[in-house]
Structures are given as structure tokens and as C-alpha cells.
Design a protein around this ligand. Structure first.
Ligand code: CMP
Length: 140
């Protein structure tokens, strides 16, 4: 199976509750390696660009406001089938529909404040990683 990279965000609801380590433990237990990580506040214009695909959705404003409301931890994860594997351990977007033993089932508060983001495909993973990390910040 191919070694892939995916992009992850530990969102403001999780950093506010001091859950970075708990989320990272679930990531590492699943066999993914955290090969880049930094804690940042996302500027509004960067959040709007990052979630540009959702611009027409009714929740866009709320989503951007939430993502800039506090610190986030941005990460690059590496491993076999990393994109699908991370989406599996994150669980469904809506935590009430998330499977047991997933990050969102364990920690998310709502569909908006859902603790983590993970890329959905190889092209978006590459784009999202490049929005937050220079090549020399990623150490595989
Ligand atoms: P994420 O994986 O970061 O990608 C887009 C985000 O939009 C998603 O997680 C949710 O946090 C958010 N989102 C999706 N649907 C809704 C909704 N109905 N209301 C508020 N936020 C939403």
C-alpha cells in the first residue's frame, strides 16, 4: 500500500479543552506519524481561502469565525493510506453519527465544533499542506 501524506487541523474547540495530546495519541495509535506540527492562529483571509470550497454554504461565515476564534494545531500526517485512515479515525463530520473509538465521537461538541479536520483526497492534501508548511518544515 502507498505511503501518503495528509493534512490535519486540531480545531479551536479541542485546543481550548487541552486535547492536543489526546488527539495526537489517537493519531499515533492508528499508526500515523506526525511529521510536521505547529500551533497557530489562522488569519481570517487564510481561513476563507482554506474553506473556499464551502463559500456558498449557509454555514460558511460561522465556520470561518470558529476557525479563527482560537489557536489551532496544523499537522502533516504520514503513513500507509494516510488520507483514508485519518478520515476513518476522525469519524463522521457530525459527531452524533461518528463511530465508536473515533476522535469526533470521543471529543467533538457539534457538527461545527468538531475538533479535527482531515484532507479528503490526494490533490486537496497536497494543496492544504502547501498552504501551511514549507518543505523544510516537514521531516518524514
Ligand atoms: P471539516 O472537515 O473541517 O470541513 C468543513 C467543515 O464545515 C466541517 O469540518 C464542519 O466543521 C463544517 N460544517 C459542515 N456542516 C456544517 C453545518 N451544517 N454547520 C456548521 N458547520 C458545518
Amino acid at each position: 500500500m502507498a505511503i501518503e501524506r495528509t493534512f490535519s487541523i486540531i480545531k479551536p474547540d479541542a485546543t481550548a479543552r487541552n486535547l492536543t495530546g489526546a488527539v495526537n495519541a489517537m493519531i499515533e495509535q492508528a499508526g500515523l506519524r506526525i511529521i510536521a506540527q505547529k500551533r497557530v492562529r489562522i488569519p481570517r483571509n487564510q481561513a476563507e481561502t482554506f474553506y473556499g470550497v464551502h463559500k456558498a454554504r449557509p454555514f460558511f461565515g460561522e465556520l470561518v469565525d470558529f476557525m479563527i476564534s482560537g489557536p489551532v494545531v496544523v499537522q502533516v500526517l504520514e503513513g500507509e493510506n494516510a488520507i483514508a485512515k485519518y478520515r476513518e479515525i476522525m469519524g463522521a463530520t457530525d459527531p452524533s453519527k461518528a463511530a465508536p473509538n473515533t476522535i469526533r465521537k470521543a471529543h467533538a461538541k457539534s457538527i461545527g465544533e468538531n475538533s479535527v479536520h482531515g484532507s479528503d483526497a490526494p490533490d486537496t492534501a497536497a494543496q492544504e499542506i502547501a498552504q501551511f508548511f514549507a518543505g523544510n518544515e516537514i521531516v518524514g
